[in-house]
Write a protein that binds this ligand. Sequence first.
Ligand code: NAP
Length: 493
Amino acid sequence: MTNLTEREQELLASVPKGLLIAGQWQEASSGKTFPVADPATGEVLAHVADAGRADAEAALDAADKVQADWARTPSRQRSEILRRAYEIVTERADDFALLMTLEMGKPLDQARAEVVYGAEFLRWFAEEAVRDYGRYVTTPEGNNKILVQQKPVGPCLLITPWNFPLAMATRKVGPAVAAGCTMVLKPAKLTPLTAQLFADVMIEAGLPSGVLNVVSSSRAGEVSGPLLRDPRLRKVSFTGSTPVGKQLMAEASENVLRSSMELGGNAPFIVFEDADLAKAVEGALAAKMRNMGEACTAANRFLVHEDVVEEFTAAFTTAMQELKLGRGTEPGSTVGPLIDGRARDDVHALVLGAVEDGATIALGGRFGEGAGYFYEPTVLTGVPHDARILGQEIFGPVAPITTFSSEAEAIALANATEYGLASYIYTRDHSRLLRVAEQIEFGLVGFNAGVISNAAAPFGGVKQSGLGREGGAEGIAEYTTVQYIGISDPYKN
Ligand code: NAP
């Protein structure tokens, strides 16, 4: 007996389940497949071809074979493929949203918002593709000339996580196509279906065979290891956890690969005593609960000035209480399941640990009902500064609240982490914003805003949150390499 509606079954049937190699959807060479399940019900949605080493190598063969031609393809042509892909993804927004809700669990309206966000990377990089400027200048000595040009870095391995199945793929494929790189994409094994459908859209949009290859796999290391050691691969772009990122960087060091790393976060959400508290609560809810807290940008530590902590906590707890757990397709559901049982157990262990460390559960702290991996929206108060939960990425719907008494203390607490991705500052004082922004070590700062991701902005972290930027003018530079041509004095030739 299936829980799936006819529409859901039809959509799932339309998604390619094979590996995409050299423009052909095909079975894994081993004939193996792996299951993809709905985290709201545990029901298996589909079986997807399970790539192994031979398939990964075939994918890199295909990417390498067409790299030179693809690099010479006029940028206008590459741009128009991206633009068409933007239009198709946008036309098929309902399909992409439903597919993400089915395999990842997020509520349908959040999945729709991700389609818009994800599609924007295709439109943005369609616009960037034709604006890849070089320069031609005279040396300071006044005789020789300096010519600088950007070239595509070459075949790339793109590894994406399960939490934003579409946007994490478009954020890499968009700039790689714009720059003229060929690709092997390995999506997360928990959510490969969205990437498979997106790859099909890229083909429909006119991407030549071999430029994008997709090797979904249940054995990530077996796919990535041989490619990272292969001298034909020129770049790895990874979004995922910091421990896996470190391991990939170590592997990438063997061939001194260009590496972009979008890793974990531990975002502080700082509420100063002069903040607009209604706005802060609204932002806190978005920064914490988007994606059920399963976001690298999720507010992880609420640092609230002691003068306003009571008022903020009361209003925020009420807002959290009003959220509704449910399968993402259910009308009115605002909190879907966590991605799997292990994720839910890890979140619960962090909550129990926080209580041991002296925190109080003001709301939640329990599994939700039903077969899915639901966890109740949770608020922890009186969290001591040294509680373990403040030192780790929670990746769930849990908000630990702690206090500070001065701007200097807020800055010190914010920086007391090895991570440096997103941060949030709520204050009415613009000078304070600029002072604090200068002193906190984070790649992204939300000023009176709980969600700031945008295709036109450079997204990325400092410290152990990663290397490089995705989106913005910076995004395409991750996929290009600079070549300098020194030209001798033309008057002497
Ligand atoms: P993850 O376990 O690190 O997995 C991410 C990707 O790496 C998946 O495709 C995974 O494949 C693959 N992978 C895992 N082990 C590997 C190995 N040994 N060799 C090669 N590839 C390997 O992370 P996740 O749980 O999917 O995602 C959550 C993490 O991503 C969080 O830490 C979050 O903060 C971070 N994240 C960061 C950003 C950012 O932009 N900074 C954005 C989103 C998420 P499998 O699926 O097969 O395991």
